[in-house]
Write a protein that binds this ligand. Structure first.
Ligand code: FES
Length: 171
């Protein structure tokens, strides 16, 4: 089987998954420089949706880095995920302004409504629940994002209606 879009002399994953070929090209672009690991992990997560163990192993081998190091960097930053994520990321701001306006209870109630805990994904694969430090919408506190959409003044008492009405449009 030939892969015309793959540059010659690059390693290639035996699964034949084209996303590994893209990853090869990304690593080659950065000349397999260890200092580019974060950019490479970003590109991999963008292609695969999350950073599964075989993807991390592939990157570590190709870049000649210890797997423990690649895994350590991946788990250090909360924008990387080693488990499958939902189609939409719900990010509840827990920064100071949102915190004083009940962000912790918003997280708790969203979790109850969606049947998940923080970092988990709903059974239908639609939403993952996360928290963030400040999403830059303090005037709208308590604020959350769903994908690229920002929702403000989402006080804990508004969470059930928000789930029944606003989140339905993502289904
Ligand atoms: S503290 Fe929540 S948006 Fe800034």
């Amino acid at each position: 089987m030939s892969h015309p879009q793959i540059a010659p002399n690059l390693p290639y994953h035996p699964s034949g998954d084209q996303r590994f070929a893209q990853l090869d090209q990304t690593m080659a672009y950065y000349k397999h420089e260890p200092t580019a690991l974060i950019q490479i992990l970003h590109a991999a997560q963008h292609s695969f949706g999350y950073l599964a163990p075989d993807v991390l192993r592939y990157i570590a081998t190709a870049m000649k880095l210890p797997l423990a190091h690649v895994y350590g960097v991946t788990t250090f930053y909360n924008f990387f995920s080693i488990v499958p994520r939902g189609k939409y990321q719900i990010m509840v701001c827990t920064g100071t302004t949102c915190h004083v306006r009940g962000a912790a209870t918003v997280v708790e109630r969203l979790g109850q409504q969606l049947g998940v805990k923080e970092h988990e994904t709903t059974k239908d694969g639609l939403f993952s629940l996360h928290t963030a430090r400040c999403i830059g919408a303090c005037a709208l506190a308590p604020a959350i994002t769903v994908g690229d959409d920002v929702y403000g003044k989402l006080t804990p008492d508004k969470v059930p209606k928000f789930c029944q009405k606003d989140l339905k449009k993502y289904a």
